[in-house]
Structures are given as structure tokens and as C-alpha cells.
Design a protein around this ligand. Structure first.
Ligand code: HEC
Length: 150
């Protein structure tokens, strides 16, 4: 029986296939990067407050109870869209005030309700957190979560 797939052909398929998919992989990586920085969350919107707010978020391990865009723990509400829940899209100052009031009034002490600790954050830290949560709410999540309650 004649050998149809020669060694050389096999080698070419291997190298050709590897090169082709490497190019596809690199192109998709570049596309993802450009999409993330340009469309889903424009890096131009990254103010100093947002960067500091992310640090406050990390220092205090908010993620140990909360989720942000679905990532994190499921003890407490999703906060990726808390800015929208607080009406920040309509009234920015009111939403910032609500966040500050919330942070100041914890733990609520209401029996039977899950409790959030008091973090003793400074006004600056709470303001930075508001910047951060506003930024996160502007990430284009393509309609996720499906309802406002997260
Ligand atoms: C030990 C767990 C825990 C940690 C850590 C925690 N939270 Fe919470 N958080 C909760 C719980 C529980 C609730 C819901 C309480 C309620 O409904 O009475 C809540 C609610 C909230 C809400 C209101 C959400 C809404 O939809 O109204 C905000 C805002 C919030 N947390 C912000 C933060 C921030 C910012 C941090 C980090 C600095 C943080 N939380 C860390 C447990 C936690």
C-alpha cells in the first residue's frame, strides 16, 4: 500500500498548524486586550480615586464576603452594580452619600440579618471607594447580572 502521508507532509502539517493557531491565539489576545482597555472599561476612566479605591477594597478584603462582577464570596450582596442600585446614574452625590452612610452605620445590629463589620474608614477612603464602585458599575458586562439586585 502506497504511503500517502509522507514524513515531510506530516511535518508540514505540524508546523503549519502550530503557526496558524499561534497567530490566531496572538490575534485573539490582542483583541481581548484592546476590548478590555478600550470598550468594556476604558482605561481613560481610571482616575487616581479609582486606583486608590481599589486599594481600599483590597486592604479591607471586601471580597471575603462580597462578589464583584460575580467573583468573590457569596455571603453578602454583589457590589459590581451597587452604584446603580443606589441611583448613582441619576444622582451621583446622593449615591456617594448613601455609601458613606452605609459604611458609617455598620454593623446594623438588626437581629436575624447578616452583619457587615465596621471598617473605620476615613472620609477620603470612603470617597475613593465610591469612585471605584462607580467605575466598576460602568464596566460593560453585557447585561450581567440580569437583575439589579445582583
Ligand atoms: C464580614 C463580611 C463583610 C465584609 C468583609 C464586607 N461586607 Fe459589605 N456587607 C456585608 C453584608 C452581610 C451586607 C448586607 C447587610 C444587610 O443587608 O443588612 C453588606 C452590604 C454592603 C453594602 C450594601 C449593599 C446593597 O446592595 O445595599 C455595601 C455598599 C457594602 N457592603 C460595602 C462593603 C465594602 C466597601 C467592604 C469593604 C471595605 C465590605 N462591604 C466588606 C458583609 C460584609
Amino acid at each position: 500500500m502506497p504511503e500517502r502521508l509522507t514524513k515531510a507532509a506530516t511535518r508540514n502539517i505540524f508546523y503549519g498548524g502550530s503557526t496558524f493557531f499561534l497567530v490566531v491565539f496572538v490575534a485573539l489576545t490582542i483583541h481581548s486586550h484592546l476590548y478590555m482597555t478600550g470598550t468594556s472599561a476604558p482605561s481613560s476612566a481610571l482616575s487616581d480615586g479609582v486606583v486608590r479605591g481599589k486599594a481600599v477594597w483590597e486592604r479591607n478584603s471586601c471580597i471575603n464576603c462580597h462578589t464583584l462582577l460575580g467573583e468573590g464570596a457569596y455571603f453578602a450582596p454583589e457590589l459590581g452594580n451597587v452604584w446603580k442600585r443606589y441611583g448613582g446614574d441619576q444622582d451621583r452625590e446622593a449615591a456617594r452619600g448613601m455609601l458613606a452612610a452605609w459604611m458609617a452605620s455598620q454593623p446594623s445590629g438588626v437581629p436575624g440579618r447578616r452583619q457587615m463589620p465596621q471598617f473605620h474608614l476615613s472620609d477620603q477612603e470612603v470617597s475613593d471607594l465610591a469612585d471605584f464602585l462607580e467605575f466598576v458599575s460602568r464596566i460593560n458586562t453585557q447585561g450581567w447580572p440580569p437583575n439589579q439586585a445582583g
